[in-house]
Design a protein around this ligand. Structure first.
Ligand SMILES: NC(=O)c1ccc[n+]([C@@H]2O[C@H](COP(=O)([O-])OP(=O)(O)OC[C@H]3O[C@@H](n4cnc5c(N)ncnc54)[C@H](OP(=O)(O)O)[C@@H]3O)[C@@H](O)[C@H]2O)c1
Length: 238
């Protein structure tokens, strides 16, 4: 795929990350259909909308993310939005030959040793990550696709406290958007994020007042302790 001007449809444009894409200036023509115009649970609706717009690329953000424990409490919603919704999008992109870019998460890795490469085995620690991995499974069947496993968060950092014993590769949404637009022509799987560090170290750079806390060993919170990413592939691409 050439790096020329493209028509791009973005699902989930009203969400946290989608709003940052809306703010980003790009040479491409971007479309942000509302849930009513493009409901990922309604195949006919997806088909009709995409037939009308005829995009070159679809960036799929729509789904269920937070609060994280909603995926443990309401598995129907999680399965519908993140697995079936993504499968619906994949089917239509494949039928209409639209390049599909799927935003997944670094939480699909086991989250124990960190420094995860794209080829490492996957084993989510919570239902949110399983639902995202379920989405990835359908996207993998369609070869004209790119799966981005992203470690990101909002700027400013939303919490007043941050874990000093939980490591990840956070990058702010605004910085992920810039990378996303540089990689649209790529295919396969790619990790996206920033420096590997604990969440407290990351957060305090922007907010000196953030309080240091520790996740207890026997904590009920199903959160990977070290989901940091190996970014060798990303660095090669940029
Ligand atoms: N936020 C992060 O830090 C993070 C990290 C890694 C990966 N991700 C992934 O990035 C994506 C975006 O995350 P986010 O935090 O921006 O999510 P979000 O704020 O929860 O937004 C979800 C979006 O999905 C839309 N949506 C819900 N049901 C829909 C349906 N049936 N049809 C069409 N659209 C529907 C929502 O529309 P309404 O507002 O109209 O309901 C909203 O625009 C998600 O796939 C998430 O898993 C996020």
């Amino acid at each position: 795929m050439k790096k020329s001007k493209k028509k791009i449809v973005i699902t989930g444009g009203s969400g946290r990350f989608g709003s940052q894409i809306k703010n980003f200036k790009t040479k491409h023509s971007t479309y942000f259909p509302s849930k009513k115009k493009l409901d990922i649970l309604n195949l006919r609706n997806i088909k009709n909308y995409l037939k009308k717009i005829k995009p070159d690329i679809l960036i799929h953000l729509a789904g269920l993310s937070r609060p994280m424990n909603v995926h443990e409490k309401n598995i129907n919603k999680s399965i519908d939005l993140n697995i079936i919704g993504t499968a619906n999008i994949t089917k239509v992109c494949s039928e209409q030959k639209i390049k599909l870019v799927y935003i997944s998460t670094n939480y699909v890795y086991p989250g124990t040793k960190g420094n995860y490469k794209e080829t490492d085995p996957l084993k989510p620690v919570n239902n949110y990550a399983w639902s995202k991995l379920g989405g990835e499974a359908s996207v993998q069947l369609y070869k004209n696709s790119l799966i981005m496993r992203v470690s990101m968060t909002e700027k400013p950092f939303v919490h007043s406290k941050a874990f000093a014993n939980v490591k990840t590769s956070f990058m702010y949404h605004q910085d992920v958007v810039k990378i996303l637009f540089k990689l649209l022509h790529k295919k396969g799987v790619i990790n996206i994020g920033g420096k590997s560090q604990n969440i407290y170290e990351f957060a305090k750079k922007e907010n000196k007042k953030v309080k240091k806390i520790y996740m207890r060993k026997n904590s009920q919170t199903k959160m990977p302790r070290d989901s940091s990413l190996n970014l060798t592939k990303l660095k090669k691409y940029l």
